[in-house]
Design a protein around this ligand. Structure first.
Ligand SMILES: Nc1ncnc2c1ncn2[C@@H]1O[C@H](COP(=O)(O)OP(=O)(O)OP(=O)(O)O)[C@@H](O)[C@H]1O
Ligand SMILES: [Mg+2]
Length: 277
């Protein structure tokens, strides 16, 4: 397999076993995420998705194979700082990621640690909070935010570091449906601005805009293709251990009845547009 120039993150035959565990969490995993590319990572609980996220950020070092980020091997401890400043990681549980008691201070924390000038910090805080729709809440206490708002704040904290790659590990789990759609459209904008995105999610409707989808099962890659290829077979989704979202199921039924084209995306807007143009 060849790796495109400009690869943000490359896994080559990566295996990982947690200390004391006889069953590896990842086995022989090879894939890459290019700059300006949005790759979605799916898989059932325990399939190894979060382990991939931690490897991207050098929080875990492969026990087999190699992972490199913007050309730097994560196995060399001397690269850890540079890698972490290039890769923004957002986890599912925002409480572990919020460090300050006021929203804008929390977002400013990272840029302040980079020693940036105050004007630059202000601009970054504003840009990040506007991007996630929390600018109006900038003076709120972080503890008073809802779970979804905390997740958006965690994303703002990552964005304010201006990373070249974002790894989003179920970062929308607590966000309401409208907020999730906005979050997903923000991912598209970030991709178009040249960032590399690795998006981990359980929700298939969130990956429609991705360039490529990987599916893990038992720590191994069992599918790599476009979202459309993945959505084309309900049976395949089932065999990959993925629940079929109602929208995907509805689309399939409509396609089978000849009411919509097989090309249509499984989004509310696209289906409504096909049925009632
Ligand atoms: N700290 C740990 N110590 C030992 N085993 C672990 C640890 N963290 C995860 N594992 C195991 O590694 C495997 C992969 O876990 P991982 O968290 O990467 O899966 P996941 O796909 O992110 O799951 P989920 O969808 O539940 O978040 C699982 O079998 C899990 O039990
Ligand atoms: Mg996980």
């Amino acid at each position: 397999m060849s790796f495109a120039l400009g690869a943000a993150c490359s896994f080559r035959g990566v295996g990982y076993a947690y200390p004391g565990s006889s069953v590896p969490a990842l086995e022989d995993l090879t894939f890459s995420v290019g700059e300006g590319e949005w790759v979605a990572l799916l898989g059932a609980n325990g399939s190894g998705k979060s382990t991939v996220a931690r490897i991207c950020n050098a929080l875990l070092i492969p026990t087999q194979g190699d992972c490199s980020v913007f050309g730097l091997s994560t196995s060399d401890p001397a690269n850890a700082f540079a890698i972490r400043s290039m890769v923004g990681l957002v986890f599912q549980n925002p409480d572990n990621q919020i460090v300050a008691s006021v929203v804008e201070e929390d977002v400013a924390f990272g840029p302040e640690n980079l020693g940036l000038p105050p004007q630059e910090i202000e601009a970054r805080v504003r840009g990040a909070l506007e991007a996630v729709g929390l600018w109006d809440r900038r003076r709120s206490a972080t503890y008073a935010l809802s779970g979804g708002q905390k997740q958006r704040l965690a994303l703002a904290g990552a964005l304010a570091m201006n990373p070249r790659m974002l790894v989003l590990d179920e970062a929308t789990a607590m966000i309401d449906p409208l907020g999730r759609r906005k979050f997903v459209s923000l991912i598209g904008e970030l991709k178009r601005s040249g960032k590399a995105i690795l998006q981990i999610t359980h929700r298939l409707e969130e990956i429609v805009g991705a360039d490529r989808v990987l599916v893990l099962k038992g720590g191994r890659k069992v599918f790599e293709g476009t979202p459309r290829e993945l959505f084309s077979s309900r049976k395949e989704l089932g065999s990959l251990g993925l629940g079929v979202p109602p929208l995907v199921e509805l689309r399939q039924e409509l396609v089978e009845r000849g009411l919509v084209s097989p090309q249509v995306s499984p989004t509310v807007e696209a289906l409504a547009g096909e049925i009632c143009p």
